[in-house]
Design a protein around this ligand. Structure first.
Ligand SMILES: [Zn+2]
Length: 412
């Protein structure tokens, strides 16, 4: 993508400004080879949704049918008689083996493919280091969740799925709220920005939108990738605005303001809390399906897998098998939910920042890894953000409706 996107002649404010023409003029700035590359990267992602799903199913079936899962449980039972500890020891073995079996597809998807498209900056060693850190987190935090859930199944044989959903929802909420403050810093370095030239306009935009924040942080996202991003995160004392270094290094000041307006939109519109509510509904539906799916499968294949009953931790691969099917089928719905929120944040951001051209520039930069002009259904099914074309059009429509404002402020 062009690193500096200028405002094309057709998008300059004037009496014959037209949103459609301005949109096309912006899109015309993308060189054909950059477009082909981005389309190919993003469309490959559609297939990855399918391959990831089939791969996860294969791993689960392997662990069950070869009775490895049953053997992990036997090992755990031999080490201790304490049920919660048995569950945790089973989980350690499962998490490590599932990680190892999934390595081929994660290396292709997360490392080789990202490098092929010039989106990754890490060499293999540090990349693998991050994967191992994530594995350790999954062993410890996942182990905590799984041990709690099996405790519930052992005590509440009839209503476990309701209480399981409640406890999972509580863990999910804690995870969403603490991860920007406690988990993300394990993978990247956060530094307070002191340059008033950068922080001044951002904090001014925050004050103008009633956001009680005093600090702006920079995160070294360039350690992993070339993607630009920012966010508003935390609660109370930990409230902060974070810009990643790719955004700071590559974006124009107008573009930074437009992106910050978008992120502030997420905050002001309470998107995190709405997402938690949506997540709660999904978790509840999942547990209802799980109750039925586990009983149905155990009745048919329980003996063959040597999985005894619901309280047996050896059932875990089956839980992940059902989860894979559930979330695969739900992909268009979760994408549409998130994309709708993103569109709301877009509109809020354009209104707050009054930088339609900065917004169009950002849409083009983000087009490095997201197809710019998909079909209607393609966008509805596969996109978790509005497409670049729609984002530019939204910005240009706003500019058309506010043309007097744009003209009196002079073209930027
Ligand atoms: Zn967003």
């Amino acid at each position: 993508m062009p690193s500096v996107v200028t405002v094309p002649a057709e998008a300059q404010a004037g009496s014959n400004f037209n949103a459609n023409r301005a949109t096309e003029a912006y899109l015309a700035q993308i060189p054909p080879d950059a477009k082909a590359r981005s389309d190919s990267y993003f469309q490959g992602g559609y297939w990855l949704i399918l391959w990831d799903f089939l791969y996860a199913v294969a791993v689960a079936l392997l662990l069950l049918n070869l009775r490895w899962s049953a053997k992990f449980r036997d090992v755990a039972e031999r080490i201790t008689r304490l049920k919660p500890l048995q569950t945790f020891l089973y989980w350690c073995q499962y998490a490590i083996i599932a990680f190892v079996l999934s390595l081929p597809i994660s290396i292709y998807e997360g490392y080789l493919r990202e490098h092929k498209y010039g989106l990754a900056t890490q060499t293999f060693g540090p990349w693998m280091g991050d994967q191992l850190k994530a594995l350790l987190l999954s062993v410890v935090l996942g182990g905590l969740v799984v041990t709690a859930l099996f405790g519930i199944v052992r005590r509440l044989r009839e209503t476990w799925w309701i209480w399981g959903a409640v406890v999972t929802f509580i863990f999910f909420t804690i995870g969403v709220l603490i991860s920007p403050v406690f988990i993300a810093p394990m993978f990247n370095t956060y530094k307070r920005l002191d340059d008033p030239k950068i922080t001044g306009p951002i904090l001014s935009l925050a004050r103008a939108n009633g956001i009680p924040v005093r600090d702006v942080f920079k995160v070294d996202a360039s350690r992993q990738s070339t993607r630009m991003s920012a966010n508003v995160s935390g609660l109370g004392g930990t409230m902060r605005i974070t810009l990643n270094d790719n955004l700071l290094n590559r974006a124009s000041p107008e573009e930074v303001q437009a992106v910050m307006g978008h992120e502030m939109g997420h905050y002001v519109l309470n998107h995190v809390y709405k997402l938690l509510l949506f997540g709660g509904v999904i978790i509840f539906l999942f547990f209802a399906l799980l109750r039925w799916g586990l009983n149905w499968s155990l009745a048919r294949w329980g003996e063959r897998w040597q999985v005894r009953e619901l309280v047996d931790p050896a059932i875990i691969p089956l839980v992940f098998l059902i989860a894979s099917i559930f979330f695969f089928v739900l992909t268009p719905i979760t994408n549409t939910y998130v994309r709708t929120q993103e569109h709301e944040a877009d509109m809020y951001g354009i209104n707050a920042s009054r930088q339609p051209d900065g917004f169009a520039q950002a849409a083009i930069h983000l087009g490095e890894y997201r197809k710019m002009s998909p079909g209607i259904w393609e966008e509805r099914i596969f996109f978790d953000h509005p497409s670049g074309r729609n984002r530019i059009h939204d910005a240009m429509q706003w500019k058309a409706e506010n043309i007097a404002l744009m003209e009196s402020h002079g073209e930027k």
